[in-house]
Design a binder for this molecule. Structure first.
Ligand SMILES: [Zn+2]
Length: 129
């Protein structure tokens, strides 16, 4: 695999961290829905198509942009583990290429498919408890 500079590595890691944070949001909603069914409140289960404000998954660690995407679409895009959802023009051409552009966001894919280094991922500030 081609050598990745420290800056590029950091940019790629930021994107993975942001995506992880978004996935936690999606997982939590699925969990809550499962609880509604378990407790006999199926009418409280959300439809998959609620619009959520997902965090921009670009490489800028200070980016505060939110992207409105329906949960079902978000999850579908991320079935591709190399895909990241970013605001329009937030892609960094050096490390990724745009594979899809919608009105509100672009989907980018890493140039050299950098495998997610599982356990070595930087710690995030997400409270999982
Ligand atoms: Zn961004």
């Amino acid at each position: 695999m081609k050598k990745v500079s420290v800056t590029e590595r950091r940019q790629i890691e930021n994107e993975m961290i942001f995506r992880r944070a978004n996935e936690v949001v999606g997982d939590k909603l699925d969990e809550i829905d499962a609880l509604h069914i378990e407790y006999g409140h199926p009418m409280l289960v959300r439809s998959d198509d609620i619009l959520l404000q997902f965090k921009c998954e670009c490489s800028d660690e200070n980016c505060e942009a939110r992207i409105p995407i329906k949960l079902s679409i978000y999850q579908k895009i991320h079935q591709n583990r190399d895909a990241f959802i970013v605001m329009l023009k937030h892609q960094v051409n050096k490390i990724e290429k745009v594979i899809l552009t919608e009105d509100e966001y672009s989907v980018v894919e890493k140039n050299n498919s950098t495998a997610e280094p599982g356990d070595t991922l930087n710690k995030t500030s997400i409270d999982n408890s």
